[in-house]
Ligand binder design. Structure first.
Ligand code: AMP
Length: 193
């Protein structure tokens, strides 16, 4: 059993590569963005709070986001034992610390952080294309730019945090989906040795 954080800017391919990881390793996938979009769809109180932040390209406050994630883990103890892909979490240093503590309380840890590197112009092209296909409310140029700013200021510093912990694997996120997944598999298999 091992836990993977899939890390990268919006549009770097975290969701797509998570699907491959689920199929190949049978892991439990937690996408915090999907959890929030599900609340919005169901019209819950949390969904009402989250939609304001999401449509504005901002992060949901740490306290709230951390408690949402812990609830997902608490509600799925059996799935958690299979190992988890954390997709879109952590996004701040505070969240990374909380994740470490949350997993330590459960006798586990983050085994590897897969960081997908994609140039900014490619990210914007991909997100605009996705917006046309999926109709996601935050995939429009104005919100995309805000999300990328948030990524650079609040999320990308986490890279150094995980490099210092010795568990960060940088992956080139350009190329074919299958080719990128091959590189990810190699990184995971290396970390298991
Ligand atoms: P994503 O689907 O991961 O791109 O997330 C979409 C949006 O959901 C983000 O732009 C944030 O507004 C919110 N969100 C998702 N995950 C987090 C998180 N870990 N911390 C704060 N906000 C989040």
């Amino acid at each position: 059993m091992y836990n993977i954080v899939i890390f990268g800017a919006p549009g770097s391919g975290k969701g797509t590569q998570s699907e491959y990881l689920i199929k190949h390793y049978g892991l439990f996938h937690i996408s915090t963005g999907d959890v929030l979009r599900d609340h919005i769809k169901r019209g819950t109180e949390l969904g009402k709070i989250a939609s304001g932040y999401i449509n504005d390209g901002k992060l949901i406050p740490d306290d709230l986001m951390i408690s949402i994630l812990e609830k997902v883990l608490d509600e799925n103890p059996e799935k958690e034992k299979q190992g988890v892909i954390f997709d879109g979490f952590p996004r701040t240093t505070e969240q990374a610390k909380a994740l470490k503590e949350m997993l330590a309380r459960r006798g586990s840890k983050v085994d590897i952080v897969i960081g997908l590197d994609v140039p900014e112009s490619e990210l914007i092209d991909r997100l605009i294309k996705r917006g046309k296909e999926s109709g996601r409310s935050d995939d429009n140029l104005e919100t995309i730019k805000k999300r990328l700013d948030v990524y650079h200021s609040q999320t990308s510093p986490l890279r150094d945090h995980y490099v210092a912990e010795g568990i960060y694997a940088a992956i080139n996120g350009l190329g074919s989906i299958e080719g990128i997944f091959e590189d990810i598999k190699k990184a995971i298999d290396n970390c298991r040795k």
